[in-house]
Write a protein that binds this ligand. Sequence first.
Ligand SMILES: N[C@@H](CCC(=O)N[C@@H](CS)C(=O)NCC(=O)O)C(=O)O
Length: 215
Amino acid sequence: MIKPIVYGPGFSPYVRMVRLALEEKGVPYDHVSLDMSTGEHKASAHLARHPFGRVPALAHDGQIVYETDAIIRYVDEAFPGPKLVPGNLGARTRSHQIALITHNYLSESLLHGILLTYYVADKEKGPDRAKIDAAIPEVEIGFAAIEKLMDNGGPFLMGDAISIADLTLMPLMAYFAQTPESAVLLSKYPRLAAWWQSVAQRKSLANTDPASGAR
Ligand SMILES: N[C@@H](CCC(=O)N[C@@H](CS)C(=O)NCC(=O)O)C(=O)O
């Protein structure tokens, strides 16, 4: 099997989504972390992989793929292992909707509004409280929407099997779980909270945990 290469730093939730897909399928891969603090993601070598200078990008068998959702779908078809895109039309559509809610709405409210606000916070002044408070209603819309779309028949968002929906949401939830907002907010969405409890200990998350030295 030709090993794919994932480009991008391990702290990026998008890079982690792709790595989770590879981990869950049991695909051996190489990981090349880029130093975003020195602009390595905007250098010509990476622009050749991703014209917008973002991460992740995936190289495999002469192909370069960018955009996380497209990469995960490529990985799912190119490699053996458990299917990440459900075969059933209803589940496939709902898992796609959850992935797109995460990319298009939660990336703005949860990632930029809350998580990155904590990340860039001044140590003494603390985070920009107004920015976090303004983001919460939109996060709640996202969480409520995901609860409506998720399946109740198993531990995963689509029921019995892990899917692209779980892999897309897990990296954001892993960061969110470390914030003071998470306990209050997740208590309003008990099914989402139960989902997070059941996936939080997965080996794929441990293997890609940026805090434990996984680059
Ligand atoms: N739509 C892209 C988003 C990827 C993305 O925004 N990645 C961030 C890191 S988490 C990035 O590359 N930021 C660098 C920049 O915006 O210049 C995808 O789904 O792959």
